[in-house]
Design a protein around this ligand. Sequence first.
Ligand code: GAR
Length: 218
Amino acid sequence: SKRLVILISGSGSNLQAFIEKQQQGSLGGTIVSVISNNPEAYGLTRAREAGIKAVSLDHKTHASRESFDKELAEEIKKDQPDLIILAGFMRILTPEFVQTFRGKLLNIHPSLLPKYPGLHTHKKALENNDEFHGTSVHFVTEELDGGPLIAQSQMRLIVGSESNEENELNEQQVMQRIQKLEHRLYPEVASWYLNNRLTMEKDGVYFDHKKLERPILF
Ligand code: GAR
């Protein structure tokens, strides 16, 4: 069976969605370990409760990004994963790390990329009065939140015809809705990869041997 390693930094609600898909038998692989750079991450508890190896590698014990990423890469290699899932992993990865696992690294980012790479995506979408907001799954490259897009889910941000106090969503509500979309989207995309339907080539993403011209809307 295919092997997954999941990297987290926090709550791990996306990790939980992967665990549930695995338990349903529709993931197409086995989560062999969960690694967190934050020893306090609640996702580590979720992993342990599901009987999955939970590893904490505190980045604060490293003097440089390079040395942390080296240890992280060594830890991941032990598990010989077919796929590495970044699920709320809030660390910028070095080019060396990305090259080591090229084509096997997926990330989810809470915006309709290429809009809003980086932090505070929900706030930015609200401040800009965007009609749509969403979340994106992409292959990881050296460029932060810039790797080739695979699939996106979206929601309407402007609820009524005009915004007023009552129909305006706040940042917290938007985050919750986006995470609900993520929990459907991300394990599904991973299952495509694990079933050999998805690859990253030099010229982009291939799905069922056809080059994707635009991200799949899921
Ligand atoms: C998710 O919403 C994910 O999109 C976001 O962090 C959250 C993690 O939640 N990722 C990023 O912002 C990456 N830059 P979780 O720990 O409950 O899965």
